[in-house]
Ligand binder design. Structure first.
Ligand SMILES: Cc1cc2nc3c(=O)[nH]c(=O)nc-3n(C[C@H](O)[C@H](O)[C@H](O)COP(=O)(O)OP(=O)(O)OC[C@H]3O[C@@H](n4cnc5c(N)ncnc54)[C@H](O)[C@@H]3O)c2cc1C
Ligand code: SF4
Length: 332
């Protein structure tokens, strides 16, 4: 691990000023914010991340979870994943979010991990984490051994010829389905970024993962109030029952009226280079009576354009079945 300065800050402007000294907020950043450290410290030990300066943001008072006057939920950037998952408002109004968080990692990790850190966790592609391998995400232009190599866990949607890394977060999938907004403070003031615009497709620069700029501090995330009577669930399919990343997952939310689907929203994990949401697929469900056939038709639309590699073709069918099964759970 490279030698670095650890800086303690107690206010957001100091954190932003410290972060702004980095030429980039993407791979290779020379300044990184430290939240729970469960991604960052691992990657520093592996020399995948090598900041000169690490800014501890745990004393900024950004750990609150509260329902706002307009009914939206505000989730602080350093709220611990465990606290969020077990928050009574989250369990009652955003069941898929609570379930998604509890389906990830382990109790100990969730006790340390934070909201913003979870959204900004890095891919588990084995080549990315191994500095002896080429990897366009870690070292732009060096190549992507995963495309012809070990890619069973990797993405089939949103990929490019330069990178097929899957986004690993469970929490982000549920937040995508709930139309989350990421609130950022930076050197030019505050911005609100829909989560659907937060992640950048890999294209030919997979080292650039988000729209964040140097100094940008995620302060909190808001979730709009759920629709009246909305039911939601998170279904995660993986190689073992716990402590494992998703092969495929689905966060689904639905309202019913007169035994028909009045509204549906859903997002997939494990298959995309970012949490994957297709509005046309949701539109195909509106006004229909719930059935396997209807859910399957929406799943077919969602998986259009899938580009499997040598080992992960099974994810196409698995994702479709995951969508169907998750919707059956919330409509039965
Ligand atoms: C063994 C293991 C198993 C896991 N399994 C799963 C799983 O099944 N599902 C899953 O979803 N996740 C899983 N994880 C990942 C885990 O959820 C993440 O490591 C965790 O959520 C990251 O949060 P953190 O607060 O520790 O982030 P940190 O490591 O502190 O930070 C991560 C990144 O976010 C940046 N950052 C943090 N806060 C801010 C902020 N406020 N503004 C701007 N940038 C910020 C940091 O600079 C860093 O670049 C697993 C991790 C491990 C180690
Ligand atoms: S898939 Fe992406 S992260 Fe994995 S080796 Fe290729 S470029 Fe690197």
């Amino acid at each position: 691990m490279q030698v670095f300065d650890l800086v303690q800050v107690t206010d957001a402007p100091a954190a932003i000023a410290a972060g702004a000294a980095s030429p980039t907020a993407q791979q290779g950043a020379s300044v990184r914010f430290l939240a729970g450290g469960t991604t960052l410290v691992d990657l520093m030990k592996l020399n995948v991340e090598y900041p000169d300066r690490v800014v501890d943001i745990n004393r900024l008072g950004l750990d609150g979870v509260a329902t706002l006057a307009n009914g939206d939920l505000s989730v602080g950037a350093t709220a611990r994943n465990s606290d969020l998952a077990h928050h009574p408002q989250v369990r009652e109004r955003y069941a898929a979010l609570s379930q998604a968080i509890l389906a990830g990692a382990s109790t100990q990790l969730r006790n340390a991990a934070t909201t913003a850190g979870n959204l900004l966790q890095r891919t588990r592609c084995m080549y990315f984490r191994d500095t002896a391998s080429a990897c366009n995400k870690r070292k732009p232009g060096s190549g992507c051994p995963a495309i012809a190599g070990t890619n069973r866990m990797l993405a089939i949607l949103g990929t490019s010829d330069a990178c097929i890394a899957a986004h690993p977060s469970d929490m982000a999938v549920a937040m995508m389905a709930y139309d989350a907004i990421v609130h950022v403070q930076g050197t030019s003031g505050a911005r609100q970024i829909p989560l659907s615009d937060f992640y950048v497709p890999p294209g030919n620069r997979p080292d650039i993962e988000t729209v964040l700029r140097p100094g940008d501090l995620v302060t909190h995330v808001t979730l709009p109030a759920p629709l009246a009577g909305e039911r939601s669930a998170y279904l995660k399919l993986r190689d073992r029952a716990s402590y494992e990343f998703a092969l495929v997952s689905a966060a689904v939310a639905v309202t019913l009226a007169d035994d028909k689907i009045a509204s549906a929203r859903f997002a997939l994990g494990g298959v995309g280079t970012r949490p994957w949401r297709v509005r046309d697929a949701e539109g195909a469900l509106a006004g229909q009576a719930p059935s396997d056939t209807v859910f399957r038709a929406a799943a077919d639309i969602c998986l259009q354009g899938a580009r499997p590699q040598g080992q992960n073709g099974f994810k196409v069918e698995l994702a479709k079945r995951c969508i169907v099964h998750a919707f059956k759970q919330v409509t039965r």
